[in-house]
Design a protein around this ligand. Structure first.
Ligand code: NAG
Ligand code: NAG
Ligand code: NAG
Ligand code: NAG
Length: 283
């Protein structure tokens, strides 16, 4: 699995009961263009508690660079050079047991933004990323925010930063060099943030890709290739998504959509519109 570079060791460390809240202000940039996109858009907006604007127009879906398919990722992958930062905002979803699932099983997922997660473009290099994880088991949901410089420093949970469904989080990862950088997770609902700085890390980054990803992560406690049971997260939008490449701000319109397919079954699909990356759970 070329793209599997995020590992989680202790998932259910923070158990809390979710209480979805707030009406995050997802900016409208481009209207959706096809009935499929329209219904996806409506679904995500309704999940986020946002009223859809009446300006939904017909038209072609923007042509992005070629989509990619992975078993564990859905979202957007930007390939460039000298990528020194990536940022975006998302609303933490309220996970549900997938249809036909067993409520005693822990179903999880996570969303993150990173640099150099795509090992095909950065073989043996480092990866910096930060994001949030969600799980549901026995009717209880749990969440946390985390960062990592993989593979040297595996996932570390931010302490004293309680995450729950409905929180609007802005994640920024910055490489100040190929071996130094920092990550910031900011709660836009509250104006609080938490950060981690790396003084020296290895292996070095390649600064070749930036990613906005919903992941079915690998549960290494149960085998190196074992994907944790994936929660129905409904959908998630990365808004205000951008990166810095070669010293300039670049959008995600040239990024490649990444779709998640497991054993031939579509699990999540991604659509990129303007600076928004729509990721929807398709079961
Ligand atoms: C659900 O999982 C629990 C724990 O593994 C198991 O005891 C139970 O039999 C399962 N229920 C069904 C309907 O499969
Ligand atoms: C984010 O802000 C909301 C609203 O004030 C708050 O309820 C929530 O606990 C905060 N989450 C974090 C991770 O700080
Ligand atoms: C571990 O993986 C096996 C399949 O390889 C699966 O049947 C089992 O449920 C997994 N256990 C846990 C705790 O996820
Ligand atoms: C990009 O990085 C390469 C080598 O890492 C360097 O030679 C080049 O000058 C950089 N370009 C810009 C625009 O920063």
């Amino acid at each position: 699995m070329a793209a599997t570079r995020m590992f989680i060791t202790s998932l259910l460390a923070t158990i809390c009961v979710a209480s979805p809240m707030g009406h995050p202000s997802i900016r409208e940039t481009l209207a959706p263009r096809s009935p499929d996109i329209q219904s996806l858009y409506q679904r995500l907006h309704s999940q986020a508690g946002i009223q859809i604007l009446p300006s939904i127009i017909d038209g072609p879906i923007p042509t992005n660079n070629g989509p990619l398919t992975f078993s564990n990722w859905a979202g957007a992958l930007l390939e460039s050079s000298n990528i020194t930062s990536a940022t975006g905002t998302f609303v933490v979803p309220d996970p549900e047991v997938p249809s036909g699932g067993n409520s005693s099983t822990a179903y999880c997922g996570c969303a993150w933004i990173g640099i150099d997660g795509y090992s095909a473009d950065c073989p043996n290099g480092g990866l910096i990323q930060a994001g949030a994880t969600w799980c549901i088991q026995d009717g209880s949901t749990s969440f946390n925010a985390w960062y990592e410089w993989y593979p040297a420093q595996e996932i570390i949970t931010f302490d004293n930063f309680d995450v729950k469904a409905g929180d609007e989080l802005k994640v920024t990862v910055t490489a100040t060099s190929t071996s130094t950088g920092y990550t910031v997770v900011e709660n836009l609902s509250q104006g609080t943030d938490i950060r981690h700085t790396w003084d020296t890390e290895s292996p070095a980054l390649c600064e070749a890709t930036a990613e906005w990803i919903v992941e079915d992560f690998t549960d290494i406690s149960n085998g190196s290739d074992y994907l944790a049971p994936f929660a129905d997260y409904n959908g998630l939008i990365f808004t205000d998504s951008s990166a810095t490449a070669n010293g300039e701000k670049v959008g995600v319109s040239d990024a490649r959509p990444v779709n998640m397919v497991q054993n031939g079954n579509p699990v999540s699909e991604a659509v990129i519109l303007g600076d928004q990356v729509f990721v929807t759970y398709t079961g």
